[in-house]
Design a protein around this ligand. Structure first.
Ligand code: PGA
Length: 253
């Protein structure tokens, strides 16, 4: 990896404009690979950040601009202990936000399974990694960023060479995500997450961040020391990463 390839940033007037631009990048990627007879492998993210991006993709699909029939997807993570049918599972999130509205082939969808028994988890995580390699590797990985600098559920302290595995969620992440849960059903304490090395293997990475509450984290990730304490800082070592920012997260207003 090229250590000097600092990520590039693109600052948009607002998150809707940035999300639209990233959706257009995805459309261009799928079309250009289709023209070469190649499938496209997307790494996908969940959370509040990518909601407008998925909305833009849905609209482009219903306008006939893009088909997902040649697309394979791998999601970054899933809460451990949540069934696919659970409304809080990332499986549900992805189906509601994107998969139920486009022509992706069900067999091409990969979201880690949160119901795997503890004794099977290690083998399961290894097989998730193998599936990515067998699909040809991730062409474009979509990311958000946690206020603590996590990417996927790679929390502070995550190793640069980590692979898909079980992770413990930090209190900050569980607090941030509590808005999506009720008191009766609290945020799970563990998840399956692609590792930092899995993410860094992607040919290209697009990270979205919105609002002033992410600005300090974005600044540190872009310009601070490369450290496991801020896993997004590892992206400084990736040769083709773009940060899609609004004015708030860029520190502009
Ligand atoms: P958010 O989370 O989109 O809900 O802010 C981002 C992330 O954790 O990657």
């Amino acid at each position: 990896m090229n250590k000097t390839a600092t990520p590039t940033t693109q600052v948009f007037p607002d998150s809707a404009a940035a999300s639209q631009a990233l959706a257009m990048e995805v459309v261009a990627l799928i079309k250009s690979r289709e023209a070469q007879g190649l499938p496209t492998v997307l790494g996908l993210a969940t959370g509040g950040t990518p909601i407008q991006f998925y909305e833009a993709l849905r609209k482009l699909h219903s306008a006939g601009e893009i088909s997902f029939r040649t697309v394979t997807t791998f999601n970054l993570d899933e809460y451990l202990g949540l069934d696919r049918a659970d409304p809080h599972s990332y499986w549900q999130f992805m189906h509601e936000q994107l998969f139920d509205h486009v022509d992706i082939l069900p067999d091409n969808i990969h979201v880690p399974d949160g119901t795997i028994a503890d004794s099977e988890l290690e083998a399961y995580c290894r097989s998730y990694e193998s599936s990515i390699v067998e699909a040809g590797g991730i062409d474009l990985q979509i990311l958000g960023i946690g206020t603590n600098g996590h990417i996927g559920f790679n929390e502070p302290g995550a190793a640069r060479d980590s692979r898909t595995r079980v992770v413990d969620l930090c209190e900050k992440t569980r607090n941030d995500n509590a808005v999506h849960f009720t008191e009766e059903q609290q945020v799970p304490t563990r998840a399956i997450s692609m590792g930092c090395a899995t993410i860094l293997d992607a040919k290209r990475i697009a990270l979205m961040a919105w609002g002033e509450r992410k600005a300090a984290t974005v600044q540190s990730a872009l310009h601070g020391p490369i450290t496991p304490e801020l896993p997004a800082s590892f992206l400084q070592e990736h040769p083709d990463t773009t940060y899609y920012l609004d004015k708030g997260s860029a520190g502009g207003s």
